[in-house]
Every structure is written in structure tokens, then in C-alpha cells.
Design a protein around this ligand. Sequence first.
Ligand code: ADP
Length: 672
Amino acid sequence: MLNELMTIPVAEWNKLKQRATKLALEKSNQQLVMQLMRKMGEASGLENVIDNMLRSIVDVIGGANLILYYKIDADIFYADVYGLKKHLQQLDDQRVSNAFTTGEASEYEHDFSDTQMLTPAFTHAYTWVYPLKVGSTMIGVFKMESLHVAMRDLHNQLPLFFNYAALVLKNEILGHTRLQHINNLLQQEIIIRKQTEQELLAAKDEAEAANRAKSIFLANMSHELRTPMNAVLGFSQLMQKDSELSPAQRETLNIINNSGKHLLKLINDVLDMAKIEAGRVIIENGNFDLGALILDTIDMMHERAEAKGLELFLDQSSSFPRFVNSDEAKLRQILLNLVGNAIKYTQKGRVVVYLRAEDLPDNQQCLLICEIEDTGIGIAEQDLPFIFDTFVQVGRESYQQGSGLGLRITKQYAELMGGQITVASELDKGSSFILKLPVTKVEQSEIINKLVLDGKQVLGLAEGQPVYRVLIVEDQLENRLLLKRLMEFVGFQVFEAVNGEQGVEQFKRWQPDFIWMDRRMPIMDGIAATQKIRALPNGDKVKIVALTASVFTEQQQEFLNAGVNDIVSKPYREAEIFALMTKHLGVQFIYDEPVIRKNVTEQLLNDERLKQLPEALLSELQQAAMSLDIEQSLVAIEQIKALDAQLADVLAERINQFDFEVVTKLLSDADI
Ligand code: ADP
């Protein structure tokens, strides 16, 4: 500090002196203070105000250094005129410390007379410590170092300014603290928000993990549930081929088969719903024959409608496109569900499917409009908003059948395909469900010829067919046995393996022409086994068709990537199995003509066989059927058996399927 003082150039010193003189000449305190105040008013924000304050004072009163010590809460800060600012752990100057405690100003003189001064007049300097107070509250302390003794003249004029400076500083500190407080709050909020974000992310991860777990659970469940269903349905179908079955056994088998199909539908619904919820539903668009799909659907439902004595009509406008690109399987499911519901919830009258299409701006696209109208029980207005919800069944309990999932799945599928479903209904009058679905029109040439799976029964190999060697790789005993029986029934040579590893060995040993490959097996799964076989000599020639109970398309793709020729989902239909063998091996079968069951009922109505029976017996049956009493109905049918066994069989079959309506209608039409 001393060195600095001693090197002050003469010119500087003169300037200082001039200013002091000038100031001294400015008689009024107010003028000086006003000048300082004006200068100080030019800044805002704590740091700027302090800088400005220090500079203004130095400008006016001179001095080599000016330091402001100030407190914010318990913290002490340092700021000097050179712009240095720091947070002090403790006060570094006893005199300042005293000023803070006593609130008194003090002054210390330095005598430079014994040093070699450049400027002889500058032999004395002093340090002035001045407390900044507002009332009795200490705000800070000014330390003005190296003031020329001439500055002492100003001492009397400055307290007013310092009081003002203290006030300004206090305000700024207050504002600053408030700002910091707000900042802290904001920062806390940011921290909380970040925490929340992290928590949300963690929750999302957790949910995704749970979803994955759910999907895995689903894949397992679908396997666990569908595999035994395959055995139940497959064996009961196989047993139906037995020509030595008694009518009673045939009936029992029919019941097993129908109940199995019903159960499978429920399982599939639950699985579909879970797949939708797990976000695992994939829209698979392809070109197909829409006309054929509609006819198929109507055909499939015809028997059901007829059994209830309902009419099922199709009313198709010429604008309806024949060939389209959309998700065929999902559209089929939507239509089957809507038409199925219409039949299910209609006791008398008819179900009409109206089909039309509207052009969309894009010429290639059009909007399919399918309206399914019934004359059934209808839905109460207050129930309408809920019928598309999961597990919702409305109306009288006696009419409720099914899982309450069908409409939910239907609506979700329609929406995933870019369409929508709406409903209008009136209680006891009927309902009308309308599906609107945008599809792309395609040319007939764009339709790949699909395998036609009809209901024909395979009886055996056609003449001149080679005896193909078929390997079945399947760990489940029942399923292996079922396939083996089917294969042996038509006359193939069959080899078996209970896991993938054995499958590879059997392939090496027997060189089969065709392999049925299960997916999930112990030791080595179907995918690995397929890959191994494909890498072996002749492995590229054998036809491999995968059997999978998985409902997930991705898993099916994995199988295709491994090199299988085709995939069949469990439970499979017998016709599918044989059709796939025709497709891949070119094998020809001989078929039985399909049995059209509905004709039997029709025939019975037409030839008036009922009228041949004693009236008392018929009215006994009528009574029993109307009161939905199975036992009593069967007692009456047992008596009919002695008179007309064939008729009794058909009636018993209907009663066993709880088709009381068809029996009562039969009887009332026959005027009983
Ligand atoms: P469910 O398996 O019970 O048929 P859905 O989800 O298909 O389940 O239908 C939900 C409910 O909506 C049904 O239980 C029934 O109450 C009502 N519903 C559906 N379609 C019709 C219809 N065509 N006529 C009257 N009610 C219907």
C-alpha cells in the first residue's frame, strides 16, 4: 500500500488537490450529497449498486482504496473499488470488526514523513472506518484507506450521504435475500420436479417391466391353456370319425366338442384382451377377398341363426369393394363378434347385415360401412355408454352369456385399424351396430391364392401317393399322440421325438419328408432344432411346419427366420393340418363329403315327422322345453326314441346344447 502511495504521480496528486479545493468551495452539503446520490441511483441489483457506490465515493473524495464490508444474515462479504468481491470466513481487520460491534466510526493516521516521498506535501495519510447503520441495525462498514489529510474537511459533510448509502444497501440486501429466497424456492422446485421426473421414469420402467412380465405370463398362459384344449378338441374330432360310435356316444362327443370350442373362445377373448392391454396387438395388413370373408362369416353364423329360428340376411350394395387391403383376421373377428352378438341377443325376428362403401378423398381408399341390425332385446339408453367397457354385460341377467369382452376387443381392433364402431339401440325393439373402416382397394390380381380350408373330412391318401415319412417333434404326450394318430390314420409313416435334440437325431437317422415342429420343448426348443436341421445335409429339402400356441406375431416371425416353411397355431383344425401337407408336399387325399347338419333339422320340419307322434308326448316335451328343463325334456325324448329314433337323436342333441328355442319353435310350427 505504501509503495502504491509513494508512486502517485504529481499530475494525479494535483488533480486530487484541485478537486478537494473545488469541493471545499462547494459550500452546500446538500450539493455534494445530491451528486453522490444521483450517481448511486444509476445502478440496480446488489452487486451493481455496491460497485457504483464505491466508485462514486472514490470519484468524489479520492483515496487509494475503498472497501465495503457488509452482512447478509450471518455471512460477511468484502467488496473493494477494484471490483474484487469475496465471502469472508471472518473479518480480517480489527478496526472494521470494532466498527461492526460498536457502530462507531474511527480514523487512523499514517505518518510517511520519514520515507522518501516523491511528493513532499504527501507526508500524512489516514484510514477512515465508517459504519453504515439504519437505525441501530448495522448494515456494513466502509474502510477508506490512504486518504489525504485534506479530505478531513469533508468529514462533516458525509454522514448524510452514508446514511443514505446504508439505506440503499439495506434495501438491496433485502431485495437480494428475497430474490435468493425465491431462487432457492425455484431451485427446490426444480429439484422436486427432477425427483418427480425420475420417480416417473422409474415408475414407467417398472410399468414396462410389469408389462413385459405380463406378456411373458400371457405367452406362457396361452401355451398352457391352448395346448390341453388342442388335445380335447383334437381327440374328440378324431373320435367322431369312428363309424362304430353309438348315437349316444356321438352326442356326448358333440357336447365335449362344443363346450371345448366355447371354452377356447373364452380363452382367446381373455388372451386378446390382455394382448391389447399389454400393447402387443399388431395390425397385419394384406390383400384379401372381402366378398369371400363376408360370405364366410354369414355362412359360419347361418347355422346358429337357423337353430334359433332367426333369419340372417345380407344386403350388399354394389359400391362394396370386392378386393381390399386391411387386416383380414381382425376384420373377421369384428364381424363374427357383431353378428354373433346380434344372434345371441335376439329371440325372434331377424338379423340383417347391410354393407356399403363411401369413397374417400384418396381414390385408392374407401370407407367400409357394415351395419348389423337385429330385432332383439335391445339395450337400455342408460346402458349404452358402457357396453364397450371391459367385462360389462347389461340387461336382464338371464340373457347374459359370454365374457363381456367381445365388444371391447371389437372396438379396440376397429380403432387400431383406423375405424370406429357406434351403436343405436332401443330396448325390446333391437340394436344396430355400425362399423366404419377405411380400407385400400386392390385388384383381384393382387390377391395371392390362399389355401382353401373347407370342412371336408380326410379319409386317407389318394391312390398312387408315396408313403411320406413324417417326423413329429413335440414334448407333450397328448399332442404328439394326436398328431401321430392323424398321420397314421391317413397312412403316413410316423417317427417321433420328445425334444429338439432328439428331433435332430431322428432327422439324421430317418431323413423324413416332413416335420411337425413344436416350439417350446425342454433341452432344445423348436427354433434351435430347426436351425440345426437346416444346416445338415438334406436339411434344406425337408418341409418343416411349426406348431405354436403362442399368440404373439413376433414369436411367429422368429420361427420363420429360423427356417420353417409355415406355422400353424394350436389348437389347429384337422383340415388345416392336411391342407398344409398338401401345400408343402403336394400330397393328395381322398375326402368325405361334408355333412350338412342343418339339413337334417330342415328335413324333419318338412316331412312332418313330428306330427306322426302322439300329441300327449309332444306337449310333454313342449312343456319341458319351455321351462328349460333338460332332465324332463330328455325323459320325453326317450319315449320318442321308441317311435322315431332319428328324430329323437336330433331333438336330444339340441336339448343337450341348451337349444330350447329351436325345439319349442319346431313344436309350435308343427301346431302342437
Ligand atoms: P358378451 O360376451 O357378454 O356378449 P360383449 O362385450 O360382446 O360381451 O357385449 C357386452 C354386452 O353388450 C352384452 O353382455 C350385452 O348385454 C350387450 N350387447 C351386445 N350386443 C348386443 C345386441 N346385439 N343386442 C343387445 N345387447 C347387446
